[in-house]
Design a protein around this ligand. Structure first.
Ligand SMILES: N[C@@H](CCC(=O)N[C@@H](CS)C(=O)NCC(=O)O)C(=O)O
Length: 257
């Protein structure tokens, strides 16, 4: 089911499931939400985020994406809200384990990937910091300024971002290795959960899928791929193998950004 992009006004006036998404780059939060809807075969309308549009911000109650809307319910702008909405609208296939402890683990790991201070959050701040300092691999300075204000960059915390990214990559790779030894290709148990989708889409912040599967503005790819030696070392091949498996078997290719 290819993503159905519609003008913002049309989605605002519609019922059912609609969502704003970041256009032109494989933003992990947007791509994960799109992936979750895809796995669940949920029909939805996509709206490209225009962070400068006051009308869109008034509708979404924020200037980031994704924000999901269902009928006249309040907008949902955070990854757990969007996941739980999808689980409610299409309980099968479930992307959360039914066992309460496993479910808690799923949320915990997912937070460490998507949440504030998680893998992709701090990876973004790493790029912001490099951009502000004029170091190689950072976001272009105006983009870094914009993202710094919006997503909580603090110079005094700067030394923390890199080691945290490295530690989280290590944690995820360790989990996948343990699962492989137990005979599973998934993070939890022996079937796909939202954690697999979050991890697969998070890899775009390190090694986006090749151009033919993930076309994007030329200037963005080198920024996403730039990394220091410690990060490159922590990017265990098992993370990209898992990403390729999840995209090939469960998600939509090529990406429609
Ligand atoms: N609100 C989301 C995170 C959303 C987010 O960080 N979105 C970024 C993705 S790069 C965005 O919209 N960037 C575009 C912009 O800020 O203009 C959550 O907490 O789950």
């Amino acid at each position: 089911m290819p993503v159905d992009y519609v003008p913002f006004e049309e989605a605002r006036a519609a019922k059912g499931l609609r969502m704003t998404v970041v256009p032109g780059i494989p933003s992990p939060w947007s791509e994960a939400a799109k992936g979750i809807f895809h796995v669940k075969r949920l029909p939805w309308q996509a709206v490209r985020l225009d962070a400068r549009s006051d009308a869109m911000a008034d509708w979404a109650k924020e200037r980031s994406a994704p924000v999901a809307f269902f009928d006249d319910e309040a907008p949902r702008g955070s990854w757990p809200q969007i996941l739980l909405l999808a689980e409610r609208l299409a309980p099968a296939p479930a992307l959360l384990p039914s066992d309460p402890l496993e479910r808690a683990r799923a949320f915990g790991i997912a937070h460490e990937i998507c949440g504030e201070g998680g893998l992709v959050w701090d990876r973004r701040l790493q790029g912001v910091q490099a951009g502000l300092r004029g170091e190689p691999g950072g976001f272009p300075e105006p983009v870094a300024q914009y993202l710094a204000g919006k997503y909580g960059y603090h110079a005094e915390a700067g030394a923390r971002y890199g080691p945290r990214v490295v530690a989280l990559l290590g944690m995820l790779a360790g989990l996948l290795h343990a699962q492989r030894r137990a005979g599973s290709r998934f993070y939890l148990g022996d079937r796909l959960t939202a954690v697999d989708v979050y991890s697969a889409t998070a890899m775009a912040m390190f090694k986006p899928l090749p151009k033919e599967l993930c076309p994007m503005m030329d200037l963005i790819r080198p920024t996403l791929e730039a990394m220091d030696e410690a990060t490159a070392k922590a990017l265990d091949p098992i993370l990209l193998e898992h990403r390729d498996f999840v995209y090939r078997e469960f998600l939509e290719l090529p990406l429609t950004l």
